[in-house]
Ligand binder design. Structure first.
Ligand code: AHM
Ligand code: MG
Length: 337
């Protein structure tokens, strides 16, 4: 069999981000590229640990609970340490907010840079024992002019982020990134140890056929959520009902939504009065990517990226995905108002 010629023009993440920055005239310093490079490294490191986890018996409880009072797995702790160390060492950060740490990390002067990174080092980690996809979610702010880096630099609307993304650790590691000019997806080529551009300019289809909610919470759902779900499960005759897909790992559920379209929802309900997902390092980055891919992200009544967080671990209700699907949900909220 004849082999196709080997491509020598592989667009790696670093090369692509750098060329995008130059093309946009934004890369005066290259600092953002270097910061993203540091994040990329943490993703490779975490990917390799997730893969080895079962072998070297990393799965298990570290005997500590995190801010949300959940049991912490060893791999969460490890992933958090990997990110904190690498981001500090990059000398590009001033403030770090992690799901795993109650307090913000303010970087000491010697290592201080001008960016703030908010992240969930290993989201969906309750799924790890079952081999389900997990991921790292991150968002990047630039410190405000004149600031030395304080919590106020991240208690800002998600629309002020300069970049956001996630890495999904599945059968391959996929890094999906936006620097505010569309969304690109990269896949880790293990033989090269590089993330390679595989999904340029991701656009969410304007309407999908899949809904992704934890319907086990139906008892607690508010009427707009119930009415919306009924509308897609029991459509007028002649129309097909939507398919249900819910992994319970946000990165995987959002990744599918970006690629195939449809809607992902984790709304505020009667039990989770503020929602479950965290604004800074879950809802904002995913809302940023969704909008950049042409979709919509809302609480039902408000654009997610417009919310101004009051605390670093604040939660929010979330609906995101295909434009027309999310507009349908919003109509049910308007009808209720
Ligand atoms: P985690 O940060 O403790 O891993 O929780 C976040 C996860 C998301 O990945 C996912 O969308 C959601 O929780 C699933 O919640 P539930 O199990 O209630 O459906
Ligand atoms: Mg999480």
């Amino acid at each position: 069999l004849e082999q196709p010629p080997l491509s020598t023009e592989i667009l790696t993440l670093t090369r692509h981000v750098l060329s995008e920055q130059i093309r946009l005239g934004a890369a005066a310093t290259g600092d953002l590229t270097l910061l993203i490079n540091a994040i990329e490294f943490t993703s490779k490191f975490i990917a390799s640990n997730v893969r080895k986890a079962r072998l070297i018996n990393l799965v298990g409880l570290a005997g500590d609970t995190n801010v949300q009072g959940e049991e912490q797995k060893k791999l969460d702790v490890l992933s958090n340490d990997i990110m904190v160390n690498s981001l500090r060492a990059s000398r590009k950060t001033a403030v770090l907010i992690s799901e795993e740490l109650e307090e913000a990390i303010i970087i000491e002067d010697e290592y201080k840079g001008k960016y703030c990174v908010v992240f969930d080092p290993l989201d969906g980690s309750s799924n790890i024992d079952a081999g389900v996809n997990v991921g790292t979610i991150f968002g990047i702010y630039q410190i405000r002019p004149g600031s030395q880096g304080t919590i106020a630099d991240v208690l800002r609307p998600g629309s002020e982020m300069v970049a956001a993304g996630y890495t999904m650790y599945g059968s391959s590691a996929n890094l999906v990134l936006s620097t505010g000019h569309g969304v690109n997806g990269y896949t880790l080529d293990p033989s090269l140890g590089e993330f390679v551009l595989t999904h340029p300019d991701i656009k969410i289809p304007p309407r999908g056929k899949i809904y992704s909610f934890n319907e086990g919470n139906s008892l607690h759902f508010h009427p707009p959520t119930v009415n919306y779900l009924n509308s897609i499960k029991f459509p007028p005759s002649g129309k097909s009902p939507y398919s249900a897909r819910y992994i319970g790992s946000m990165v995987a559920d959002v990744h599918r939504t970006l690629l195939y379209g449809g809607i992902f929802g984790y709304p505020v309900d009667k039990k989770s009065k503020s929602g479950k997902l965290r604004l800074l390092y879950e809802a904002f980055p995913m809302a940023f990517l969704t909008e950049q891919a042409g979709g919509i992200a809302t609480t039902g009544t408000k654009r997610i990226l417009d919310i101004v967080p009051k605390t670093i671990h604040e939660r929010s209700g979330v609906y995101l995905g295909s434009k027309d699907d999310v507009l349908d949900v919003i109509k049910f909220y308007e009808a209720e108002a």
